[in-house]
Design a protein around this ligand. Structure first.
Ligand code: FAD
Ligand code: SF4
Length: 481
């Protein structure tokens, strides 16, 4: 059938159905449903196929979005899956948890009042459905090179790197201190945003591609970096950002104050039956919970606390809603589920009685001049403090990066704030100052997104492939490798 160029006018944007609030608060299951083939085709067919697809430019991995939308419209699911995997290692995961409103869908031409194409939901549909129907990445033309690379970290960056290496015939050996792959996909992001079976399926796929995982193995404790360097042709570091930022105000040591990631890892361990390090077993059933922070981590804590049966959940943020760093969609989901937001409130102290938290003292703020990143600074309004009562306070102020203690010995340079320094141009992007060591993801850019970590891991993988090929064929220009 010929394409209907006016489908975007005749068919409105329709997202997959969401479970009603009353039902979804009863468990940790994903809240979004799935398109069927007809719905996916109708939504994909809304794409205008712009000559210059802004969505593709804005997507950090530069997915061939209009091309796979067209394949979905035509019912060519396996071809869509093949194309979608050409640029993205984790399309079913990005389709679920990318903040599409400020990435691909934010730049869709139809976002100007007509409703952006539901790119994320279609991307998720392609992989979920193709994998269910038996599609697997085609590795038939891969020629083994006999080269081996160690990857530290099985998070999105490490998986992105492993994907590229495996497709180029390089053995990828991935080490992670956690018992499951995925990094924050398994132990940070809660299952109502990303069901853990999705990550497990990805593990099976990658193992079938030849990637080897060494789990519950911490580099620096169970295996040394020297062993990895000795036994492999190169090493990729994708170790994330795990140093929790604290507010540095009085009362932080009161019983009942919990760091966000420890809380989420503890909850993930309880649900998965694992013992990943860094978790705290905390159940807030019946408690008044106050979450401090306004990013994705804060939203995940808010909504986890509601599912654990918290009596009330209040989210305190020092700027206004427009300046919140968290995804709009997740803020809306949190509000719909019953989280109370207190904007323009700066926490100044944790109140306690006999060492046990009783509340958070906050001061009202107004927004002043922009800071160096262009975000308006919150300024305290004198004489406006109040105490928000709490039995539990969860601190979600973000994360910083800690450089490894062996960096100096192996000449790996880092920025003053701990982020690992890598080259961004030249022959080998994402190479550190040690030519055999590459790095990417949160440990390079600071705490960011799944899709940017995947992109950097893939770029590093391509650099490693070029480096190994150039070494194997001395005299051949690197660009020809
Ligand atoms: P990680 O995912 O952190 O993976 C690093 C891995 O390295 C971990 O598995 C860790 O165990 C391992 N490791 C570290 N040190 C060692 C060692 N010495 N030996 C062995 N293994 C080691 N992004 C989104 O796009 N959408 C979201 O909705 C979203 N929600 C988030 C919610 C929360 C609560 C958090 C904390 C983050 C969220 N993010 C989200 C951000 C996203 O998860 C990260 O940007 C992304 O996971 C970074 O990938 P990475 O591979 O760099 O690091
Ligand atoms: Fe959009 Fe993320 Fe998919 Fe790119 S990877 S198309 S930004 S949902």
């Amino acid at each position: 059938m010929p394409r209907n160029p006016f489908q975007f006018l005749e068919v409105s944007r329709a997202d997959p159905e969401k479970r009603p609030v009353g039902l979804r608060l009863r468990d940790f299951g994903e809240i979004y449903g799935q398109y069927n083939a007809e719905q996916a085709a109708a939504q994909a067919g809304r794409c205008l196929d712009c000559g210059n697809p802004y969505c593709e430019w804005k997507c950090p991995v530069h997915n061939y979005i209009p091309n796979w939308l067209k394949l979905v419209e035509e019912g060519r699911l396996f071809e869509a899956a093949e194309l979608s995997h050409r640029t993205n290692t984790l399309p079913e995961i990005c389709g679920r948890i990318c903040p599409q409103d400020r990435l691909c869908e934010g730049d869709c031409t139809l976002n100007d009042g007509l409703g952006a194409v539901s790119i994320g939901a279609v991307e998720k549909y392609i992989s979920d459905e193709a994998l269910k129907q038996g599609w697997r990445p085609d590795m038939s033309d891969v020629v083994p090179t006999g080269r081996r690379v160690a990857i530290v970290g099985a998070g999105p960056a490490g998986l992105g790197c492993a994907d590229i290496l495996a497709r180029n015939g390089v053995e990828a050996e991935v080490y992670d201190r956690y018992p499951r792959i995925g990094g924050l996909l398994s132990y940070g992001i809660p299952p109502f945003k990303l069901d853990k079976s999705i990550v497990e399926t990805r593990r099976e796929i990658m193992e079938a591609m030849g990637v080897r995982f060494h789990l519950s193995k911490e580099v620096g404790r169970d295996v040394t970096i020297d062993e990895l360097l000795d036994g492999h042709d190169a090493v990729f570091l994708g170790m994330g950002a795990y140093k929790a930022l604290t507010g540095d105000f009085p009362g932080m040591d009161a019983e009942g104050v919990v760091p966000a990631l420890a809380y989420l890892i503890g909850n993930a361990n309880a649900l998965l039956g694992t013992e990943a390090p860094g978790g705290m077993a905390v159940d807030v059933d019946g408690e008044r919970v106050v979450v401090l922070g306004g990013g994705d981590t804060a939203m995940d804590c808010n909504r986890t606390a509601l599912r654990q049966g918290a009596r009330s959940v209040t989210c305190v943020y020092r700027r206004d809603e427009d300046n919140m760093p968290g995804s709009r969609r997740e803020v809306k989901n949190a509000r719909d589920e019953g989280v109370v937001f207190r904007y323009n409130r700066q926490p100044v102290a944790i109140e306690s009685d006999s060492g046990r938290v009783t509340g958070v003292r906050v001061v009202e703020t107004r927004l002043g001049d922009p800071d160096e990143r262009g975000r308006r600074r919150p300024e305290e309004v004198p004489g406006t403090d109040e105490v928000i009562p709490a039995d539990r306070v969860i601190i979600a102020f973000g994360f910083a990066v800690e450089p490894c203690d062996w960096y100096e010995r192996h000449t790996v340079a880092h920025y003053q704030d701990g982020r690992t320094l890598v080259s961004t141009s030249g022959d080998y992007p994402f190479q550190t100052s040690n030519p055999r060591i590459f790095a990417g993801g949160d440990m390079v850019r600071g705490a960011d997104l799944v899709v940017t970590a995947v992109y950097e891991g893939r770029q590093a993988g391509e650099s490693i492939v070029r480096l190994l090929a150039a070494e194997q064929r001395p005299g051949v220009a690197v660009g020809d490798a």
